[in-house]
Design a protein around this ligand. Structure first.
Ligand code: PBG
Length: 323
């Protein structure tokens, strides 16, 4: 008997494998998260994220230049806010001369065509470390949406191309879109963290920004990780409210959600490979237990295979160096 179909024929050499490969990675796939701090000449390694740093604005310039030269053309900005500027309402988030606003201008100064996205949520500004305003121990929804809209406007005024609300309040996309339209920022985009789960994978990020919740957890606004169908509901609502790009977060443990969302929507889908995912691989590689580069590439391809168009990743530079 002869076998008529032999799947291994398409795997015999690298040339045929690359010819039939379904997914590839290019620098265009990435959004690079950047952590910014006050000060001069500061490049601090984040303890739980080896090889990843917080930059003061002067050194941010050098980093942004390097990214641009490597073909990495989109950044996602986060700021570490000094403790004495934190309060319950995130007042500092609206300061036109605040760290985020200056960071946006700094990036645009060095690389005018770099796409600048900004994190919109109160946690780095909140004395409680929560994404919204706290009243009687509860994170109140509608007043938070108003601040998030003001914050988004302030980022747009400073020159941000996209705002990226990561807070999971109900109706915040609508609040942000309406204010941006009203104020004539019609081309400022919104990348919504539309399916964001309450996850322990964010631990190292909260070290990076000193933004861990001071009481309780984020389970009254971020999603329950036992839920799947709800991710599609959340995402479709954000699109109705005006989101241009939607996002699933975290990444690797949520590839089922990435695929569900991709199949359900007609806008670009982003995935966030979060800080804990980065830390896990770095730790295992440090111990010599896993091959860092091989695992990194396998994970990045997994996001594309699952259906993501855009990958926010702390590995972006490492990956591009290997391409
Ligand atoms: C802020 C925010 C968080 C992350 C992105 N934006 C933390 C959180 O929600 O607690 C996590 C990113 C990461 O872990 O890499 N709302």
């Amino acid at each position: 008997m002869h076998q008529l179909r032999r799947n291994r024929r398409l795997r015999t050499t690298e040339s045929i494998r690359s010819l039939v490969r379904e997914h590839t990675i290019t620098p265009n796939d990435f959004l690079v998260p950047l952590f910014v701090v006050e000060g001069k000449n500061v490049k601090q390694e984040i303890a739980s994220m080896p090889g990843y740093y917080r930059y003061s604005l002067d050194l941010l310039k050098i980093e942004v230049n390097e990214l641009w030269t490597m073909g990495l053309k989109a950044v996602l900005l986060f700021v570490k806010v000094p403790d004495d500027l934190k309060d319950n309402k995130g007042t500092e988030a609206l300061n036109p001369d605040g760290l985020m606003q200056r960071a946006i201008k700094t990036v645009k100064d060095v690389a005018p065509e770099m796409l600048v996205m900004t994190d919109v949520a109160l946690d780095p500004y909140s004395s409680y470390g929560h994404d919204g305003i706290v009243e009687d121990g509860y994170i109140v929804n509608d007043p938070t949406c108003e601040v998030l809209a003001e914050m988004s406007l302030s980022h747009a005024q400073a020159g941000a191309d996209f705002v990226a609300p990561s807070d999971m309040m109900d109706g915040r996309i609508m609040a942000i879109r309406e204010l941006l339209e009203e104020e004539n920022y019609k081309n400022t985009g919104i990348m919504s963290y539309s399916a964001k789960y309450a996850s322990a994978f964010y631990g190292p990020f909260r070290d990076a920004l000193d933004s861990a919740p001071g009481f309780g957890d984020k389970k009254t606004y971020q999603m329950d990780f036992a839920n799947r169908d709800e991710a599609v509901k959340e995402t479709l609502m954000d699109i109705e409210e005006g989101a241009d790009i939607v996002m699933v977060k975290p990444g690797l443990a949520y590839l089922d959600i990435v695929r569900d969302v991709r199949d359900a929507v007609d806008v670009p889908v982003a995935v966030y490979q979060v800080s804990g995912e980065y830390a896990m691989l770095k730790a295992a590689a440090e111990k010599g237990w896993l091959d860092h580069d091989a695992i990194m590439m396998e994970q990045i391809i997994a996001f594309k295979r699952a259906g993501a168009h855009i990958i926010a990743s702390y590995f972006a530079k490492d990956v591009v160096k290997l391409l």
